[in-house]
Design a protein around this ligand. Structure first.
Ligand SMILES: [Zn+2]
Length: 85
């Protein structure tokens, strides 16, 4: 999975001023609250800062997530959900 940066990749500096990290394409677990329910989406492509862990989603990815939430197909898996008490 860990391949070196392709030549055409644009190196993106972190948007946090104090951070010297750079964004790296990774797959993350994205959690959203949708109509009062917690929805977890696995393997979402995102840019994650190597320094502070800041996460950026591309507009296309955000659109795809909204679509997933709207269409509401059967989830592939169920995950345990814990309340912080
Ligand atoms: Zn950062």
């Amino acid at each position: 999975m860990d391949k070196p940066y392709p030549e055409e990749a644009i190196e993106m500096k972190c948007s946090i001023k104090e951070c010297s990290g750079e964004y790296e394409e990774k797959q993350i677990v994205h959690t959203v609250r949708y109509r009062g329910e917690v929805v977890v989406i696995d393997h979402v492509p995102a840019e994650v800062c190597t320094g502070c862990g800041d996460v950026l989603l591309k507009p296309d990815t955000v659109r795809r997530i909204e679509e997933l939430l709207r269409v509401r197909t059967q989830p592939s898996k169920k995950v345990p959900l814990y309340e912080y008490v």
